[in-house]
Design a protein around this ligand. Structure first.
Ligand code: HEM
Length: 429
């Protein structure tokens, strides 16, 4: 049986102090990537606005992240300045990331966001539920027939690819490469990507662009329902004429395919692995679900709390970035104009100033104001969809395999920004 320490290895106080003393995002040790939380706790307590060796600032307090998120006029998301030296201005990765809405300020950000949000209405998301349930049940049938499988490969990663594929109307036969493209493009966002990560990221942007050019040309000829199909919506623009250029259109399709992909895979994977790591919480959740009987609203409420706590405890996206456009003050520290700021979501989500017993997983936690989806004008556009996927996937998996057991220690992605597992073998129990 896999023990909790084989999932999240504990870190001694001495080791946490040692890593904190020389903390540098450009050189992170493997034990930090496996369990960064003791280091985050020390930073939050002793140096919540930490000046890093490259002169950027690393923020760990919930209140300081909120202050930055709220002030989008001062704290810019535009990444032209940072990404030029990182990727080279002629590279596919540079064009991609600097055109996607998440790395832009208004007005491009406002235009693209409005178009995307129009297709992610409450009704459109509710309409996705029956198809999602069918997909999840098919995956569970296959796993049941095998008696187990890989939580990530066979389940967690298979769900978002279909949902996002449906959102953009990508034909089923074309979905094969989407996951690898997404992993490669987001992998190149690591604080210091390796030459291999650079090359894979650039190659993936180029391949995805080529694919999307054909898809867009076809959709122009045969438009879908703009209420449901984000691609048709982005192509047609708003009635007010908020059209995107061809480059903006293609790059934001790539972004959307990626944004809802690895993050949601990691929500489902991390959530289910937390059930193995904290067996008493799993038992309590199973009992709470059983107690809801046929009351669907009560079941949704139980699962919503559980999913949000998984998002708080093991946020899929641990780091965010901003650049101060003018001099500013954060957490009592004065920042010069141009200062680069890293927002540590993983640390803010365990801030004792906001959460009772923050280092304890509590799947019944109420009033959970976690920052896993960010906050402010860039707050995740897909958060309702991600929560729906999390509820259906985790809920139905536990209905079917309440006693599932990992059969080997799960393999972590080993990244600082996106936290999740690459593989987790299990038996259905
Ligand atoms: C558990 C799953 C997810 C997590 C943890 C997550 C996390 C985030 C975070 C933290 C941001 C803000 C970035 C920033 O402020 O710099 C963001 C933005 C965004 N996310 Fe998500 N996301 C998830 C799922 C999704 C899904 C399913 C979609 C697509 C349907 C999506 C689409 C977007 C978009 C379009 C943005 C950019 C919003 C903007 O800049 O205005 N995300 N996400």
């Amino acid at each position: 049986m896999i023990q909790p320490q084989q999932i999240t290895p504990p870190m001694s106080a001495e080791r946490a102090r040692e890593i904190t003393a020389t903390f540098d995002l450009r050189a992170l040790p493997a034990d930090f990537l496996a369990n960064p939380f003791p280091v985050y706790a020390l930073l939050r307590e002793h140096e919540p606005v930490r000046r890093m060796p490259d002169d950027s600032l690393f923020l760990t307090r919930h209140a300081d992240l909120m202050a930055v998120y709220r002030d989008a006029a001062v704290f810019s998301s535009d990444k032209h300045v940072e990404f030029a030296p990182k990727y080279g201005v002629d590279s596919p990765l540079y064009e991609h990331h600097t055109t996607s809405l998440v790395f832009n300020d208004p007005p491009l950000h406002t235009r693209v966001r409005k178009l995307i949000m129009g297709a992610l209405t409450r009704r459109a998301i509710a309409d996705m539920e029956p198809g999602l349930v069918t997909l999840v049940d098919q995956l569970l049938d296959r796993i049941e027939a095998q008696g187990g499988g890989d939580l990530v490969e066979d389940f967690a990663s298979a769900i978002p690819v279909e949902i996002i594929g449906n959102l953009l109307g990508v034909p089923h036969a074309d979905r094969g490469p989407l996951r690898d493209w997404s992993l490669a493009i987001l992998g190149a966002l690591e604080p210091v990507p390796t030459p291999e990560q650079h090359a894979a990221g650039n190659r993936s942007v180029t391949e995805m662009l080529a694919y999307l050019r054909t898809l867009v040309a076809e959709r122009r000829q045969t438009p879908g329902d703009p209420e449901r199909d984000v691609l048709t919506r982005l192509i047609q623009g708003e009635a007010s004429g908020e059209k995107l250029s061809e480059v903006e259109l293609l790059q934001n399709c790539i972004f959307l395919l990626n944004a809802g992909h690895e993050t949601t895979t990691n929500l489902i994977g991390n959530g289910l692995i937390l059930m193995q790591e904290f067996p008493a919480q799993r038992e309590q959740l199973l009992a709470d679900l059983l107690a809801t009987g046929t009351n669907e609203a009560a079941r949704e409420q139980v699962l919503t709390l559980a999913v949000d706590e998984c998002l708080r405890f093991e946020s899929s996206n641990q780091l965010g970035n901003r650049r101060a456009l003018t001099a500013a003050t954060v957490g009592g520290e004065v920042l010069d104009a141009g200062a680069l700021v890293t927002l540590c979501i993983g640390a803010a989500n365990r801030d004792p100033a906001v959460y009772e017993h923050p280092e304890t997983l509590n799947l019944r936690r109420e009033g959970n104001k976690h920052l896993a989806f960010g906050f402010g004008i860039h707050q995740c556009a897909g958060l309702s969809l991600a929560r729906l996927e999390g509820r259906i996937a985790i809920g139905r998996f536990l209905d079917r395999f309440p006693r599932f057991e990992l059969s080997a220690p799960p393999v972590r992605g080993g990244r600082a920004r996106f936290r999740g597992f690459l593989s987790a073998l299990f038996s259905a129990g």
